[in-house]
Design a protein around this ligand. Structure first.
Ligand code: MGD
Ligand code: MGD
Ligand code: SF4
Ligand code: MO
Length: 580
């Protein structure tokens, strides 16, 4: 039977479950039958088999009764619904319906892509990814702060024969095969975008027809970028000017796509980085043209009906203070590992009197929970999913029966009944409502109907229908001048964040004086942790890299949020290292 990978990933692979095995669907036009190590190992992964309360195994009926009675007893106290992205299915959101009625606080913003998304929406009005069909038409592909070979592996096949430019402080696998690799200083992408705009102006590359017809405030943007001195910009970026000028020349008369990842925006001014990249791209008139565009993690649900939208009160996700809440309901998340500033998260959760963990696997967060409720896997429940990296959407029917766990829908339904709230709609009704609101079938696969030709070819989604250039930057001065290494914390090939096989190492360049196998204490102003060193030839000598999901990495990261977008600031920190 056909389904889709439920994991939080650009690719959203089409999957077939057959003879007890998961296989890629060979006919899918983008993912073509190949699955990555994470999903290939999915069925072998040890999962939580039974609920438990205060470390004692209990039945699901008992767990639900404890959940409901404790929620009732605590209803006049503050409670938090904390959701992660362990499963990307839309039906994860159904618990919103109960917790809104119950009066819980929800989180807003993101520990992932929120800053960049915000910057895009400010300029374009809506954040669309480029459909794969458009990227195929590009002549030049700029991979900017995205580790395509690790996080978006099916894209490799689409772009391998293009002119490739990679902008990344790390020599990633794709950087090694690129025509140009701008191995810039971390956190300098904003300056690079401004420098590209300055050089484009000097080279008279403005597309005046596009600017006059489709954009607002170009004069302000022009004054803004002219305010940055070229010499200072080059110093901040720290790559050769010839490569930057060659990169710029590809934007003249060629079809260019820029694939931007979350790497560029894990900073206080993360929103402005995307706004600056977009502003440069609009200036040279490439939005809305065939084979051209800036593609980030797109708003995949744009245009779809959302029956789970709530008006609940919210608190910014990256700096949520768990200790303020008597009850914390954690769903599909591992906040102790994945939230920035693990010390704060741990302290907070210790203070809460009732922590519920609703997930598939044991991890740091389940260990701190009073009540553990196992979830069902994507094969055991009805769902559908969108993709933030392509135009495809998928039905994910229930394929297997299992005695283990409970689905998000069944849990929400139980709580509704137990609290005497109005019944939820049937599961199928929700799924059909969402699917029928904005999908179309092409050659046997579902697409989001919002993708019709090149995004923005009919204009932008702002009130005026025009692109709005940037003219200021906030948070750019939060530059860290402290001593130490920049922290790069990106993704690992064999895990999806903290799920599956997690990495263990701190990677550093050989020129920094450490050896493979050294045990080092890495410290920042937020915390410290011991890691084993692995030497990497792919890094600049001013950075250390520790992957997402590595035990303890977020003891080093900041308790801050981006100026716009309420997003995590995972990389704005300097790290000191000493051997232990
Ligand atoms: N295998 C695997 N795939 C995944 C995931 C996973 O954990 N494992 N996670 C999924 C999730 S949740 C997401 S959000 C996506 C994210 O996928 P990506 O957008 O690729 O995110 P990251 O790996 O965090 O960072 C991407 C790149 O940014 C670079 N980078 C870091 N700092 C900077 C900087 O200041 N400037 C520039 N230009 N580059 C910088 C890093 O070196 C890295 O190569 O991947 C998804 N796919
Ligand atoms: N240092 C550092 N920190 C990071 C990042 C980084 O690059 N570096 N990346 C950030 C990003 S981009 C993201 S998206 C976040 C991710 O952070 P989280 O959303 O917390 O992601 P995971 O670590 O994947 O944990 C997901 C949990 O979901 C549970 N789960 C899986 N499937 C289901 C299901 O069907 N139902 C339920 N109820 N639970 C399920 C699993 O038990 C798993 O433990 O981390 C962020 N944190
Ligand atoms: S994690 Fe990504 S690449 Fe791997 S199977 Fe799922 S969608 Fe495909
Ligand atoms: Mo993410």
């Amino acid at each position: 039977m056909k389904s889709a990978c439920p994991l939080d990933c650009y690719d959203a692979c089409a999957v077939i479950y057959e003879d007890g095995k998961l296989k890629g669907d060979p006919n899918h036009p983008f993912t073509k039958g190949f699955l990555c190590p994470s999903l290939n190992g999915f069925l072998k992964q040890d999962r939580i088999l039974s609920p438990s309360f205060n470390k004692k195994e209990i039945s699901m009926d008992e767990a639900l009764e404890i959940l409901s009675s404790t929620l009732k007893a605590n209803q006049d106290k503050k409670s938090l619904l904390f959701r992660g992205s362990g499963n990307f299915g839309k039906m994860q959101d159904v618990t919103n319906v109960f917790f809104e009625k119950y009066g819980s606080i929800f989180t807003r913003g993101s520990i992932c892509d929120g800053a960049g998304h915000n910057g895009i929406v400010q300029g374009r009005g809506a954040n669309f990814a480029l459909p794969i069909s458009q990227i195929k038409k590009s002549e030049v592909v700029v991979v900017w702060g995205r580790d395509v070979s690790v996080c978006n592996s099916h894209m490799m096949d689409v772009i391998k024969d293009k002119i490739l430019i990679v902008i990344d402080p790390v020599k990633t696998k794709i950087a090694k095969i690129a025509h140009i690799h701008l191995q810039l200083k971390p956190r300098s992408d904003f300056f690079l975008a401004i420098l590209l705009a300055r050089f484009a102006h000097m080279e008279e590359m403005e597309d005046w027809d596009f600017i006059n017809e489709h954009c607002e405030d170009y004069d302000y943007f022009c004054d803004f970028y002219q305010g940055f001195g070229i010499k200072k910009l080059i110093e901040k970026i720290d790559v050769g000017v010839d490569d930057i000028l060659t990169t710029l020349m590809f934007f003249r008369d060629m079809k260019v796509s820029i694939l931007v990842g979350v790497g560029v925006q894990k900073y206080t001014h993360g929103s402005e980085v995307l706004r600056a990249i977009d502003s440069f791209f609009a200036m040279v008139g490439l939005f809305g043209k065939e084979g051209c565009g800036v593609s980030y993690l797109g708003d995949s649900s744009y245009g779809f009906s959302n029956p789970f939208q709530t008006k609940a009160k919210t608190t910014p996700k990256p700096i949520v203070d768990f200790g303020e809440f008597e009850t914390v309901f954690i769903q599909g998340a591992n906040p102790i590992s994945q939230m920035p500033s693990s010390n704060k998260v741990q302290e907070g959760l210790k203070k809460s009197s009732f922590v519920v963990y609703f997930g598939l696997y044991e991890n740091e967060s389940s260990k701190m929970a009073d009540l553990i409720i196992p979830a069902k896997t994507f094969l055991e429940k009805e769902d559908l999913r969108f993709s933030y990296g392509s135009e495809y959407i998928f039905n994910m029917p229930k394929i297997l029966e299992s005695d283990v766990g409970i689905s998000e829908y069944e849990l929400a339904k139980y709580l509704h009944k137990s609290f005497g709230y109005e019944n939820l709609k049937c599961e199928d009704e929700y799924i059909n409502e969402i699917l029928s609101s904005n999908s179309k079938e092409i050659d046997g696969y579902l697409h989001s109907a919002s993708f019709d030709g090149a995004p923005y070819f009919k204009g932008f989604y702002t009130d005026s229908g025009k692109f709005i250039f940037m003219d200021e930057v906030c948070g750019e001065d939060d530059l860290i001048n402290d001593d130490g290494y920049y922290l790069i914390t990106s993704k690992y090939r064999y895990s999806i964040n903290s799920q599956f096989k997690r990495d263990n190492y701190l990677y550093i360049s050989a020129s920094c004086g450490f050896d493979d196998g050294d045990m080092v204490e890495a410290s920042s102003i937020y915390g410290k942790k011991v890691f084993e060193v692995k030497i990497s030839e792919d890094l600049r000598d001013d950075i250390v890299k520790i992957c997402s999901g590595t035990l303890g990495v977020n003891f080093l990261t900041s308790f801050k949020k981006s100026v716009d977008g309420d997003s995590a600031v995972l990389q704005e920190v300097k790290i000191n290292i000493k051997k232990v």
